[in-house]
Design a protein around this ligand. Structure first.
Ligand SMILES: Cc1ncc(C[n+]2csc(CCOP(=O)(O)OP(=O)(O)O)c2C)c(N)n1
Ligand code: SF4
Ligand SMILES: [Mg+2]
Length: 276
């Protein structure tokens, strides 16, 4: 859809859409101007594109496009900088939180966020992430947990579910051999530098609304300089899960949330709970 295209709804109760004049429509949705108007390379139904859009909607609505700097990861979302129309910096695999630390310390007035998959953040980058949060860096970490290394064809990640088949656990993840999935949100929330930690999903309209609200809250908290915000989002990988997007959405509701329950994990004192 081009930026000129909009979803319109008629204010008239009788006239068919094809016969309405533009004056009779009201705009109910437009693609955020903060998204570059190009096709994305993601597989059909992949959550990365949707979460890119949510972040950019928040940036547009908060009117912070020229004050926001994103750090892109290595993984399927490596080209996030081609889609988000803001200043962005690529980081080496797993190092996004360290790069974000430098950017934020040099430009404390900017809104700085990382966008990272679970291979990037929870495997190769877990040390950088943990230390950045322990230092209470005033950054937002957006963590896309799809339980596999999507880009490299679906290997087991630290977040792979018990018994889940991947290309490197063809018989299913055996936790007695590989350990159990790491709950990044709960782990990081224990650190004193963590200010706001939540786990959300985007596999239904209501989940999308809650995820967007969490992202908006996290961007607003960054103004307070109180510590790190971590928004974990249960994504998907229909291609490597070998499911249709609809099956992947069901899998999240029926399986992923058993290991990764949705809701706020750590909230600033005196704020409302956002649990399911
Ligand atoms: C230092 C280094 N090690 C390994 C790789 C190979 N590699 C590229 S992406 C990736 C995993 C990406 O998985 P994830 O972060 O979960 O992102 P997803 O593709 O699932 O969104 C790996 C291991 C690399 N590029 N650099
Ligand atoms: S491989 Fe998986 S994570 Fe990567 S774009 Fe395709 S569906 Fe998305
Ligand atoms: Mg992944």
């Amino acid at each position: 859809m081009s930026t000129d295209e909009q979803i319109l709804t008629t204010t008239s109760s009788v006239a068919p859409a094809t016969e309405c004049s533009p004056d009779e429509y009201e705009m109910v949705y437009h693609k955020p101007t903060t998204l570059v108007d190009v096709s994305m390379h993601y597989c059909p139904g992949c959550a990365h594109s949707l979460v890119h859009k949510l972040i950019m909607e928040v940036v547009e609505e908060e009117n912070i496009q020229d004050k926001t700097i994103g750090i892109a990861p290595v993984g399927c979302s490596v080209f996030a900088y081609d889609y988000m129309n803001i200043d962005m910096q690529e980081a080496a695999h797993g190092r996004a939180a360290a790069v974000a630390t430098a950017v934020k310390r040099l430009m404390p007035e900017k809104y700085v966020f990382t966008y990272q998959g679970d291979g990037d953040l929870a495997a190769i980058g877990i040390a950088e992430t943990l230390h950045a949060i322990n230092r209470g860096e005033n950054i937002l970490i957006v963590f896309m947990n799809n339980a596999v290394y999507g880009m490299t064809s679906g290997q087991m990640a630290p977040t792979t579910l018990p018994g889940m088949k991947t290309t490197t656990s063809p018989d299913g993840r055996d936790t007695s051999f590989y350990g159990s999935p790491i709950r990044i949100a709960e782990l990081m929330a224990q650190l004193p530098g963590a200010y706001f930690v939540t786990r959300q999903a985007v596999n239904s309209a209501n989940a999308v609304r809650r995820a967007k609200k969490a992202l908006q809250q996290a961007f607003r908290y960054q103004q307070l300089h109180k510590g790190t915000c971590l928004v974990e989002i249960i994504g998907n990988c229909p291609s490597n899960w070998k499911m249709t997007p609809a099956e992947a959405s069901k899998f999240i509701d029926e399986e992923m949330v058993k290991t990764f329950p949705l809701g706020d994990v750590k909230v600033p004192a005196a704020t409302a709970n956002n649990k399911e």
